[in-house]
Design a protein around this ligand. Structure first.
Ligand code: SF4
Length: 245
């Protein structure tokens, strides 16, 4: 599953100098990216850039974007907060902590949880169990790099299909704090903004920002093309916790 891919060099990329695009996408004549525009715990916005930056990558491509095994940015370097574990009595699903890791790196002894993070392979199988309990947390440096990596990987997908052959549609409705892949949902943090489409991903982002500003009359940060987080035109002020969940 997800192992057929097309390797592409991205010499202009940050950290990531090559990417592995899913073969079906690499072979496509054109690509229409349909994204739900919402928050994301590590990508800030789970929109068009995230959709290609992760969604278009093959299995090993996703591993690269997540900096698997990297000594500074890999999952094993995330901050660990064992004090967030409430104990077996107060966490009826505590067993998933010891069952989620295929490499048996997470242990619960008594009411204490430990993690052999140095041996972590970055498979992310434990992400739901650890993040939902607040047991791990991205360090700020990793969070910043993650956004740069997503942009680079998105660029790789666009280059693979061909500039001008990729269209972007963002459904800015039901805009929740966290991504649809989170283990729980929440109420929207913004009113529905509409549907934004363009051939250039930057344009639909700018449209969403403009609409947001008009709707709220807010002084949301104006996006610039060279911002690290240019996928996040509106939410840094509105969702101060984004990136920590
Ligand atoms: S499940 Fe994967 S990411 Fe989590 S601790 Fe084990 S090896 Fe690391």
């Amino acid at each position: 599953m997800g192992t057929d891919d097309y390797r592409i060099d991205i010499p202009e990329g940050f950290l990531l100098k090559e990417a592995y695009i899913a073969e079906a996408i690499a072979a496509a004549d054109v690509l229409i990216t349909l994204s739900h525009f919402k928050g994301h715990g590590t990508g800030v916005i789970g929109g068009a850039i995230k959709n290609l930056g992760i969604g278009a990558q093959s299995r090993r491509g996703k591993f690269s974007v997540h900096m698997g095994g990297h000594p500074a940015y890999g999952f094993g370097t995330f901050a660990f907060h064992p004090d967030k574990f409430k104990g077996k009595k107060n966490d009826e699903n505590w067993r998933e902590l010891i069952e989620c890791c295929p490499f048996d790196l997470i242990h619960v002894i008594g009411d204490k949880v430990t993690w052999e993070s140095a041996k972590c392979t970055n498979c992310m199988a434990c992400a739901g169990a650890l993040f939902s309990r607040g047991l791990v947390d991205l360090r700020l440096r990793t969070w910043r790099r993650r956004m740069q990596l997503l942009r680079t990987a998105c660029l790789a997908a666009v280059k693979t299909v061909g500039a001008g052959k990729v269209a972007f549609i963002n459904l800015a409705i039901d805009i929740t704090n966290l991504c649809d892949c989170a283990g729980f949902a929440d109420v929207p943090i913004l009113p529905d903004l509409g549907v934004f489409a363009s051939l250039i991903r930057w344009r639909s982002i700018k449209l969403a920002w403009t609409k947001q500003r008009k709707r709220r009359g807010s002084r949301a940060l104006k996006p610039k093309k060279n911002m690290l987080w240019n996928a996040a035109p509106v939410n840094l002020r509105l969702v101060p916790r984004v990136g920590r969940d």
